[in-house]
Design a protein around this ligand. Sequence first.
Ligand code: SF4
Length: 283
Amino acid sequence: MEVILAKTAGFCFGVQRAVDIAYKEAEKGNFPLYTYGPLIHNESVVKDLEEKNVQVLQDKEALEKIDKGTVIIRTHGVPPEIYEIIQRKGMGLIDATCPFVKKIHHIVQEYSEKGYSIMIAGDVTHPEVQGIMGWCGSAKVYVVQEVSDLEHFQKAPGEKICFVSQTTFNAKKYKELVAVSEKYRYTDIVVNTICSATDERQKEAKEIARKADAMVVIGGKHSSNTRKLYEICKDECNDTYLIQSLEDFVLQHPEKIHTIGITAGASTPKKIIKEVQKFVRDE
Ligand code: SF4
C-alpha cells in the first residue's frame, strides 16, 4: 500500500506559536496560569498542559470568578470585552491570538468605524467568529455559510458592506459566496481573510484525496479546519475517515486499497500523525 502523507499536516504557524507560549509560561512557573478556552482542539495537548498547571477558563463567567494570575488568549482571539475584564482585574494577559485573526479584527474594526456593515463567511457558533463579531462595534453583522443564506438577503438603501471570512473557511465555498454577493452587489469591500496555511492545507488534501483509494483526516472533533478538510476529502474520495487518534481508526476493506492519503488539522500534534502513518504502513 502506498502511503501519501500531506506535507501541510499538523500544527500551523499560529497553533505552534500558541503552544510554545503556553509551555514557556508554564516552565517559568508563572502561576496561576489560565487559557481562555482550551488552547487548541486537541485533548492530549490540553490535558498535558493541565498536568503542568495550565488551567482552562471555559467562558466569561469563569473569568469573572478569578482575580489573580495570567490569562493566555488562544489563536481564535476574543472580543474586546474579554481584554477589558482581564485588564480591569489587573491580571496578566498574554495574547496568543494568531496574527491572521488579529488582521481580521483590524479590518472589521476599521470598516465598522467607517459606517460599513460587516458580512462574515463562517460559523456563527465558532469562537473565532464570535471574537470577530466583537470587534465590529455597533455595525450590523451578517454571518453566512451557504449560498442559500444569501437568497433572501436584503441590503438596506445606502448600506455599505465589508465582506471577510473566518480564517479556516472552505476556500471554494467562499469563492461561491463572493460571486453571488458581487453579482447582486451586496458587498462593497471584499477581503479574502482565509489564512494561507488553511488554503494550502485544503489544496494539498484535495490533490491527495483525488489520487487515493482511502483518505484519513486526523483532528479534533471540535476543530473547524479539520471538519472542512474532511468535507473536501470526502468530495474527492468517498472512503474518507475522520479520526482523532489511532484508537478511533478502523480501516474497512484494506485489501481494496492501493493508495492511502493522510492529512491532519492545524491542532494535530506530529506524534499522532506519525502513529497513524506507522500503523498504516506496518499493519
Ligand atoms: S489556521 Fe491560520 S489563522 Fe488559524 S491559527 Fe493557524 S495560521 Fe493562524
